[in-house]
Write a protein that binds this ligand. Structure first.
Ligand code: FES
Length: 256
């Protein structure tokens, strides 16, 4: 983990309240695992806590990385008002991301995401397809206007969509998409709300490699404050920190 003042290359609104922000700096050299996150200081003196935001993708040659975030409060609203040339104090990359070493060319991976859980799955999918793994994406959104990165995911592999109101893809949630799928994958990777993650955990209990990226409130982002603790099944005294031990865990490893 390193800290750096990174420079904004560009920013655009992908969907209502969903922003894509591209940053450049030396920190990109440290990025090698999909699913890690950046801890970003809000450039406003009254907002002390950094905001954890997952890395959407990075490009070592261009020295750029991209984050996609939703405006949810004052901190993220402040990020959304920045533009090219502005700077951000960034710590990262933080956490333990998705492990892909065990997958090989010809394997099939299901990549499952909902809403603002979709961004980190893009670098994951790029890395898997580069290895020759066949990816199938299952992506859920609220409505057609909230959909983003549809073309980007479709360019990498089969992509199935659901929306709550049926305005894009099937009507329903990602669980409905998964239930309609007949093939059994070699691995499943998921990021989204707890309901989505629990559905994935239940549906693929027989698949050995199921990795879930857990959402959690964070403060320090580096294992020092215990704001992000989750318990471990079968041992009340044992816990893990989402920021340091996760955010990605094997299914069944933590209670969320
Ligand atoms: Fe402080 Fe995880 S956010 S320990």
């Amino acid at each position: 983990m390193k800290q750096e003042v990174m420079t904004i290359v560009r920013q655009k609104e992908l969907a209502p309240k969903i922003y894509e922000l591209v940053l450049t700096g030396e920190l990109v050299k440290e990025m090698s695992m999909p699913g890690q996150f950046l801890h970003i200081r809000v450039p406003r003196s009254d907002l002390l806590l950094r905001r954890p935001i997952s890395i959407n993708q990075y490009d070592q040659d261009e020295k750029t990385c991209t984050i996609i975030y939703r405006v949810e409060g004052e901190g993220t609203k402040c990020f959304s008002e920045l533009s090219a040339g502005d700077q951000l104090d960034v710590m990262g990359p933080l956490g333990h991301g998705f492990e892909i070493d065990e997958l090989h060319a010809g394997d099939t991976a299901f990549i499952v995401g909902g809403g603002i859980g979709v961004p980190p799955l893009y670098q994951l999918s790029k890395d898997l397809t580069a290895k020759g793994v066949k990816v199938v994406h299952f992506l859920g959104f609220g409505t057609y206007e909230a959909v983003y990165y549809a073309d980007e995911f479709q360019a990498l592999g089969t992509t199935r969509f659901s929306t709550d109101d049926g305005t894009f893809g099937i009507q329903g949630n990602v669980g409905n998409l998964l239930l309609a799928e007949s093939i059994q994958p070699d691995a499943v990777f998921a990021c989204g709300n707890n309901g989505l993650l629990k559905t994935v955990e239940q549906l693929y209990s027989e698949v050995e490699n199921v990795q879930l990226s857990i959402e959690s409130r964070m403060a320090c982002g580096m294992g020092a404050c215990y704001a992000c603790v989750c318990h471990v099944p079968g041992d009340e005294n044992k816990s893990v920190k989402v920021c340091e031990d996760g955010p990605v865990f094997q299914a069944g490893e933590v209670i969320f």
